[in-house]
Design a protein around this ligand. Sequence first.
Ligand code: HEC
Ligand code: HEC
Ligand code: HEC
Ligand code: HEC
Ligand code: HEC
Length: 451
Amino acid sequence: MQITIPPDPPPIQESFKITDFESAETCKQCHPNHYEEWSGSMHAYALKDPVWFALHSKEQTHFQENENFDLGQFCIMCHSPIAFLTNTIPDPASLTLESSSELSSQIREGVTCSSCHAVTYASPTTNVNSNEGTLDGIEYFFHTDTVNHIKYGPIEDPIASSYHQSEFNPLYRESEYCMGCHNLTIDGIGAEMTFDEWSGTAYQAMGFECQTCHMESYSGYAVDINIEPDAPFRDNLHRHNFAGIDQTLTDFGEEDAQAEAIYQLLSTAADIAIVSEVPQYVYESDTLLVQVGITNNAGHNLPTGVTFSRQLWLEVLVNSGENTFYRSGHLNNNKDLYDFYIDPLEEEDPDLIIFNTVLYDAEGDSGLRNVSVERMAYMSDYTIPTNGSKIVTYEIPIPENMSNSLKFSARLRFRALPPFFLRELVPGADETKLTIFDLDSISIEIPIIQD
Ligand code: HEC
Ligand code: HEC
Ligand code: HEC
Ligand code: HEC
Ligand code: HEC
């Protein structure tokens, strides 16, 4: 098949049918590595996630009962662009995980190969406005071609393929490519603003695009050379596992590879250090003062995106011998933190430090249980900004009759969801798959002087 220079400007297509797009299974035979990595990613899981279905149903019900307009395809538009563009799910309110099994595979594949590689121009930030009576306002610029099966991508000199025409598009190397789905405002309020958090920072200035950290480059063949023997060895291919923090909760395949990619990414995410002067010794019955500094090394806020459902927190333990005389950020028997949902009176863990956001609605109700992002009135933000750090001060009374020294240790811990929220949304879900990742840890020992 002929390789052509991209028509300048690429055409803008107004209407789409499902057959304009292929299932990822079509790409698998020639691009087995891309397929394998993508198949364990959250992009592949975006319309298979039981948490998504539960939240979606909850919000649809809320809108039907309480608001004077429809939620429409709001939750579908980023999670399955093909379903949105082809209007395949005319009654989103009745969609369930079970009924979704009847949808065609392109749609159930969520953010899939054939939609991502049909992109011709960047989608702008998605600004939805409830006064307009609908929330499904993403703008996609895709071009498909059922004869030549054109695929756009980052390779400047692609070889001809027996299946599809390839077109180079430099947009694929830029953060703008990710913007439409990863930058969302609702009635003018920033809701999930990963692109803006990155834009204008030193990361952008140094050429660290989203792809630099989330689509690591490697050398190899872009295609299976048994099928395409003329394919050249290339030194700038890109991983497609899109690791972040989130993991699949169902049996989805590629779990170990995905977990490994998350560990690797998170090992770069943040540092913690003791930033106050460490005393040479302390006295019994004194107060130990320790300041812990947390530095964000990610290309955006830490956490970013759906910050209201993330848990990033400091666990601090102070021991003397076998005796733990201070703790914060510890878990209860259900593996939940003593945050304001579990410990509203702050009795069990008054010092808990958790970096996330809290949503409030117009009535002042707050939290994950009551408010969802598309009907928030404001958001309070305790995330760590890009290139920023936070300092947390602990003042810890030292009891009497301790052994000769104390050990102060701190860990920065991170997980996608609080277990209580998962239990409420998806009864019976496998909570053991909700991994806690430790981003960094530190400890110091200080001698205790008996009075
Ligand atoms: C019959 C084999 C075959 C199939 C099937 C196939 N491709 Fe390709 N694809 C190729 C070859 C060959 C290249 C060029 C590789 C090179 O030059 O290194 C390529 C290149 C690409 C590129 C890079 C284009 C560029 O210029 O950057 C993308 C993107 C792509 N394919 C996506 C897909 C998607 C999505 C599917 C499934 C819908 C698919 N391919 C199915 C053979 C195939
Ligand atoms: C300098 C490297 C770097 C760059 C650049 C970067 N990221 Fe990240 N990203 C990370 C790290 C490290 C994490 C894990 C820590 C975290 O959640 O922030 C992460 C996490 C994420 C997550 C999951 C986060 C969560 O907290 O729920 C998303 C989504 C994401 N990034 C998207 C993007 C997008 C979109 C861009 C471009 C606008 C981008 N990233 C640019 C390093 C980077
Ligand atoms: C979220 C959108 C997205 C999805 C989903 C996606 N890709 Fe890509 N793909 C990209 C981007 C962006 C690049 C270019 C990265 C860069 O150059 O920095 C790329 C690059 C490629 C390339 C060029 C070679 C390389 O590794 O750079 C091929 C081939 C490709 N993708 C195939 C696939 C196939 C096959 C699938 C499905 C199994 C897939 N992609 C799914 C966005 C996506
Ligand atoms: C068509 C919309 C769309 C585009 C384009 C898109 N994403 Fe995503 N992305 C999503 C959705 C939806 C999810 C969450 C899926 C889920 O968890 O159910 C997601 C999840 C992710 C995650 C995992 C987050 C986590 O918490 O673990 C990362 C990392 C990510 N995207 C990076 C990127 C990067 C980098 C690009 C650009 C190269 C990009 N995405 C382009 C829609 C998109
Ligand atoms: C503007 C695009 C967009 C819209 C609209 C959208 N999402 Fe997402 N969603 C994303 C992206 C991007 C991520 C991954 C971001 C991250 O990990 O930080 C995500 C992640 C998720 C997750 C997985 C995160 C988790 O909590 O573990 C769920 C569940 C989810 N979305 C549900 C919904 C529901 C329900 C709606 C409608 C009320 C919705 N989304 C609307 C883009 C969108």
